[in-house]
Design a protein around this ligand. Sequence first.
Ligand SMILES: [Zn+2]
Length: 111
Amino acid sequence: MNFLYQAAALMSQTNPQLSASYGKLAKSIGKKAVLRMEPSIKRTLCVRCGVLLNPATTADIHDYRHKELCYVQVNCKLCGYMKRFYNSKNHQLWLDNPSSLVERIEFDSNS
Ligand SMILES: [Zn+2]
């Protein structure tokens, strides 16, 4: 998955279709192996086509700030998919929540 993500990042500037193919492949391998991507990495891939959303080449990023609603809107230039990431003060990622951790195992090298 790491190699495919790096390949998608490299190809996003020169060949976005190949980048989309690598991004989709990385997602499908993660599903097959039952692995989760880090949310910050997962958000850089387009949900629909899998291209790496590079603000310089493959994505348009708009920051909307209204009185009650603030969000970042990312538009994919390859497939036209629009994703909004809402910015609320009370929102917390599940991985940052301490209750998401079931057990912590520490290995001691001395014993
Ligand atoms: Zn897309």
